[in-house]
Design a protein around this ligand. Structure first.
Ligand code: APR
Ligand code: PHB
Length: 394
């Protein structure tokens, strides 16, 4: 079999790319190692930048998003047991959208299924070969049978552990990594939003975040050890610690039923180049950010905006100029995102073994952020307003 575009992975990157190409009549196949149910139920962050929202809407898959999302005009910052509010909308005219990433995936995979798109689930890719030819090869397994196909372009959207990036010889790829000495203990619980906006809190015991998913479900996090056993935390301990870190004289968390506890380690990672011959990497396959600021999904969408624009021009207008620029343009934006996610993580979290000097510097940074409008404007732009350099013609 030969297809114009072979997409490895049906997470947000792969499903959005397949969806956008489909809208322009460009044929693709998606190979996904897991089942559709598994992919749709993976719990991830829930904050979208305005450009990511606009891309969903412009590509015709944003109806439920626009109906069910929360639009917040900014974020809260918890500091010394007081809450401060930064109004992004007033500062730069752009707010924040809260919509679970699992809902984004459901919309995209549902849309593809409704149109009968070729998404092969439980079809793990084992190798990508012949990158530098005009027929790169993808080897995969489906229903116990080893198969292969060729494509004009292979797009590696298979996340951090996927096969695409690993198919690049070590001598031809550079990787950069930072592993943080902490993780996030996350809970999902049965509560309406506890605050009007998401609140990021810096506290001597560690970072905490109060967020939301819907009118009936809230999502909250506590900084913890990277290898923390979530089941060792009783519900009461979690609520007590959240109150210590985010409570004020007027605000206490809503102690409701917790129905999910998980621990995620924090890591920054990126690789270059984002193109190898006729294989392109997008999303988590090429870069991972710590969740502080929720850039994972948004960076993936930014990559797909440029890549889909490039592929559409290539196939529809015989113009490869944007595709040729993909690796450079996508990496440039990803460096901004990496820097924001790293500095944001460093500002809010308590690093084990940090000195009193380090902590006073952190406090000074937060005090500047909650009081200085210029600092807030830069923060607002990085948090919610980074541009997408190229948009697909839809
Ligand atoms: N073959 C086929 N599919 C694979 C393979 C493989 N060898 N390895 C992994 N996959 C699939 C995974 O099962 C997953 O569904 O690729 C998909 C990758 O999805 P994500 O990891 O969600 O990555 P991406 O689509 O780039 O989305 C980035 O999702 O991971 C979050 O925080 C991240 O928000 C960010 C966004
Ligand atoms: C979330 O709601 O899961 C969330 C919100 C903001 C972040 C990270 C995660 O920065």
């Amino acid at each position: 079999m030969h297809v114009p575009v072979a997409i490895v992975g049906a997470g947000p990157s792969g499903s959005l790319l397949a969806w956008i190409l489909r809208q322009r009549g460009i044929d693709s196949i998606v190979l996904e190692s897991r089942s559709r149910e598994y992919v749709e139920s993976r719990i991830r962050a829930g904050v979208m930048e305005q450009n990511a929202v606009d891309l969903m809407v412009k590509s015709g898959i944003g109806d439920r998003l626009m109906k069910e999302r929360y639009y917040h005009n900014g974020v809260g910052i918890g500091y010394k047991n007081e809450h401060h509010f930064i109004n992004f909308d007033e500062l730069i005219g752009i707010g924040v959208t809260v919509y679970g990433q699992s809902e984004v995936t459901k919309d995209l995979l549902g849309g593809l299924a409704n149109e009968g798109h070729n998404v092969l689930y439980e079809a793990p890719v084992t190798a990508v070969e012949d990158h530098h030819t005009n027929k790169p090869k993808v080897k995969y397994t489906h229903e116990g049978v080893e198969k292969e196909l060729t494509a004009d372009f292979v797009i590696g959207c298979d996340g951090f552990h996927g096969a695409s990036r690993k198919s690049i010889p070590a001598a031809d790829i550079i990787t950069h990594e930072k592993v943080y000495p902490f993780g996030w203990l996350g809970i999902l619980c049965k509560s309406p939003p506890m605050l009007d906006v998401a609140l990021f809190s810096h506290h001597p015991n560690g970072f905490a975040l109060v967020s939301m998913r819907s009118d009936t479900i809230s999502r909250l996090y506590l900084q913890c050890a990277p290898d923390e056993d979530a089941s060792k935390w009783s519900d009461e301990q979690i609520w007590d610690e959240l109150d210590v870190r985010v409570g004020t004289d007027d605000f206490k968390v809503n102690r409701c039923e917790i129905f999910e506890k998980d621990v995620a380690p924090l890591r920054s990672f990126f690789s270059e180049p984002m193109r190898y011959g006729n294989m392109f990497l997008a999303g988590d396959a090429s870069h991972i950010v710590p969740p502080t600021g929720a850039k994972g999904l948004n960076s993936a969408f930014a990559d797909i905006s440029v890549l889909s624009a490039g592929l559409i021009r290539h196939f529809k207008n015989d113009d490869s100029s944007v595709l040729e620029k993909y690796a450079e343009v996508a990496l440039r934006r990803n460096l901004l995102t990496q820097r924001f996610s790293w500095t944001n993580t460093a500002m809010y979290h308590i690093f084990p073994g940090s000195s009193s000097f380090d902590r006073r510097m952190q406090e000074s940074q937060i005090e500047t952020l909650i009081s200085d409008e210029l600092t807030q404007t830069v923060y607002a732009k990085a948090h919610t307003g980074l541009p997408f350099e190229y948009w697909p013609e839809l």
